[in-house]
Design a binder for this molecule. Structure first.
Ligand code: BJ8
Length: 423
């Protein structure tokens, strides 16, 4: 901790304000995670990472920078990590999931902005997150209106690059996306002073695919009747995937999955036999937003899947590894990062509803809770059709809107409790 304080001061952080977050996080983590019974032992690694989330990983990144390395921060799963790693830099996620940062965001943005955006800008402007101090480049993207305008504000204080995304998925949009990938390659080449090679890009594609494969392996355990790991733990692992070193993360996750294989052989489950199975769909749950999983699982149900960017949308589809030229690999990245992501920022976006139906069957969910972060218009609007289509398929569904505060916790408990009774 003493070491961290000096490190944070050197990064220009407001250490006293940050102390307030450091005081709150262990208790929140203890309540949600350490109170669980029968957790897999190999969760120790992920506990350790999150316990010192503003220490260990940021220190590694700063060491990397001292040796000439560059760190790129991103806010959306549309921006290909592979480009950054292929050019010898490190990519890290920046989306923020704590109410702690929201008031800071409200000083620079309208309060009717979604909490994910407010918390992210609050973390930067209040100087209370090391990742937001150390990134050499902040990469925004043109998805929702809230984000697009927030980048203009953020760019007054941080070095920014905007990855322009199409609004539709026609052939011409595909060409547009490919051009954007080429433009991004140039920007990261400028940042790092390195030139992209086909070998470097191929290795990076395999590196990130391996992370996705490990996450797929983890999530397959959730389809079983005896689920050997809680939804809370899977969410935590997925959130850490955005920050951690990808090779180490993959190795640690595969070790955990080996332990889960043993649990399956021995019929070990973390849930009672008749626990209702729930899948979530909707807006992302950035770290440390564990609120919904906590409410659902402490009411005796199992969260068995997430159709979210902190869920299946992040790892379900791989990048084709067969490309030999850089152009073929850009094509494969476009398949994965544009055509393969069904975000509500696209119009039309019917494939997302097909995904929700398909995934709820894959995870054998008894019902779906469609989650909207307050002031997210695009997912809110889509939620109406999500509910209609799921009802048509006879899949019980509950639509909820929430934010990062605990103000609605009691109300959510009641609504979710009543929904679980029906399953
Ligand atoms: S691919 S979901 S990470 S844009 S919740 S900030 S949409 S107002 S996060 Fe997203 Fe990329 Fe899509 Fe995924 Fe705006 Fe909505 Fe807030 Fe959102």
């Amino acid at each position: 901790m003493a070491d961290n304080r000096k490190f944070w001061t050197d990064l220009g952080m407001d250490v006293e304000k940050h102390d307030l977050l450091c005081e709150a996080l262990p208790e929140a983590f203890g309540d949600v995670y350490l109170s669980q019974e029968n957790r897999p032992e190999k969760m120790d690694y992920f506990n350790m990472v999150v316990a010192d989330i503003h220490g260990i990983r940021p220190q590694e990144l700063v060491e990397f920078q001292k040796n000439g390395g560059k760190v790129v921060g991103t806010f959306c799963i549309h921006v290909p990590d592979e480009i950054v790693f292929a050019l010898g830099a490190i990519n890290t996620g920046l989306c923020s999931g704590s109410q702690f940062w929201v008031p800071g965001g409200e000083k620079v943005l309208p309060s009717a902005t979604c909490p994910l955006i407010k918390a992210s800008l609050g973390a930067r402007f209040e100087r209370t997150c090391p990742f937001f101090r150390l990134a050499d480049l902040f990469v925004g993207e043109t998805t929702c209106d809230g984000k697009k305008k927030a980048w203009e504000v953020l760019s007054k204080d941080a070095p920014m690059y905007i990855f322009d995304l199409p609004q539709m998925k026609r052939d011409k949009d595909r060409e547009f996306f490919k051009d954007e990938v080429r433009r991004y390659i140039k920007r990261i080449e400028e940042l790092t002073g390195n030139t992209l090679t086909k070998e470097g890009l191929k290795d990076a594609i395999v590196l990130i695919n391996n992370k996705r494969r490990a996450l797929q392996r983890l999530n397959a355990f959730r389809t079983l009747e005896n689920v050997p790991i809680s939804g809370r733990d899977v969410l935590l692992i997925t959130q850490i995937a955005f920050y951690d070193d990808p090779a180490r993360f993959t190795q640690k996750l595969n070790e955990l999955c080996d332990e889960l294989d043993e649990r399956v052989k021995n019929g070990v489950s973390v849930y009672p036999k008749d626990a209702p199975r729930v899948m979530l769909s909707g807006t992302p749950l950035s770290i440390p937003n564990w609120k919904l999983h906590q409410i659902i699982e402490t009411q005796g149900a199992a969260v068995v899947g997430e159709e979210m960017c902190t869920g299946s949308r992040y790892f379900e589809k791989l990048v084709d590894e067969s490309g030999e030229t850089i152009e073929e690999m850009i094509d494969a990245l476009t398949d994965r990062y544009m055509s393969g992501i069904n975000c509500a920022c696209y119009t039309p976006n019917d494939e997302r509803i097909e995904d929700i139906i398909r995934l709820s069957k894959y995870f054998k969910a008894d019902g779906v809770i469609d989650v909207n972060l307050k002031f997210c218009q695009i997912y809110d609007t889509e939620g109406i059709e999500v509910e209609r289509r799921l009802k048509e398929e006879n899949i019980p569904v509950l639509g909820i809107e929430t934010d990062y505060s605990d103000n609605d916790a009691e109300q959510l408990k009641t609504r979710i409790g009543a929904f679980l009774e029906l399953l």
